[in-house]
Design a protein around this ligand. Structure first.
Ligand SMILES: [Zn+2]
Length: 275
């Protein structure tokens, strides 16, 4: 799938999950925690495609996410692509084809999603607010790039960077540490996982079984058959899937905001004789 669809699917998954937790497990989150979670999950859902490098020197090519912070992120994408190719080459078995590009390899595996989740939580737990600022800054930048693709393109990377900085500062100042920090890591990991699911429905597939070898192959690309696969950037993805993700997100938000707003703005219905 393309960047904006990945970002939307991440936000939708987080909002739907938060709604379900709220509804069935009595796990309530503040509106800030929900928004930050959805944003980090949307950003995390773009992270695996940082392995799609472009041309740093001419600021061209690469995935949506690689342009988040201008040439700098394009350079990071280059490094991640080469690193992924290194992991591929080092672990490939006799039936895995030779490759000269690392796209859809290491960053498209379950261990990578787990690593992102665990790493983010560990960073935040260890370095506290400064790590939170850094994580939210990066994730906000990617989420803005993905969710508001047209705006981000027009605004350019300087505005996107400034906006991300503002969001990061506001979050670090207001998000409580105890629940908030593990939540950031979880949201980033879930985002990566949602990305893998988004790529699995396309015909190219992802090496979801890695590092479990099957038939002398470590990097078997697993996707759904061509006939029913979603065409990358096609009508089904852009019209059907994006609309579905948007509707899911809006329904989940409505489902969570309604009881909260009733409680906040019409407390008498709950508190009885207070007023
Ligand atoms: Zn991908």
């Amino acid at each position: 799938m393309m960047g904006p669809s990945h970002a939307l699917s991440g936000a939708a998954a987080w909002l739907a999950g938060s709604w379900a937790l709220d509804q069935f497990a009595g796990y309530h989150q503040s509106p800030l925690a929900i928004s930050v979670g959805a944003m980090v999950c949307a950003g995390g859902a773009l992270l695996p495609d940082l392995d799609l490098s472009g041309r740093v020197t001419t600021n061209q090519g690469g995935a949506t996410v690689a342009h988040t912070f201008g040439v700098l992120s394009l350079f990071v994408a280059e490094v991640i692509e080469k690193f992924s190719l290194g992991v591929y080459t080092a672990t490939r078995l006799s039936h895995d084809p030779k490759r000269n590009n690392g796209h859809r390899t290491f960053t498209h595996t379950l261990p990578f999603a787990a690593l992102v989740g665990w790493g983010t939580t560990a960073l935040c737990a260890h370095f506290g607010k400064w790590a939170v600022v850094a994580v939210v800054f990066l994730m906000a930048g990617m989420a803005l790039r993905g969710l508001f693709e047209k705006w981000a393109e027009r605004a350019g990377w300087v505005i996107v960077t400034l906006a991300s900085g503002g969001i990061a500062w506001f979050t670090a100042a207001n998000l409580p540490g105890d629940r908030g920090y593990p939540m950031l890591g979880f949201a980033a990991g879930v985002g990566c996982f949602v990305h893998l699911m988004g790529d699995i429905v396309t015909s190219a597939g992802v090496p979801i079984a890695w590092p479990i070898p099957t038939g002398r192959r470590m990097w078997r690309m697993i996707g759904i058959p061509n006939v029913i696969a979603v065409k990358v950037g096609g009508k089904v993805e852009v019209l059907v899937l994006r609309t579905a993700f948007t509707i899911i997100s809006l329904l989940a938000i409505a489902g969570m905001i309604t009881p909260w707003a009733l409680h906040r703005f019409a407390p008498s219905t709950f508190a009885g004789s207070d007023h």
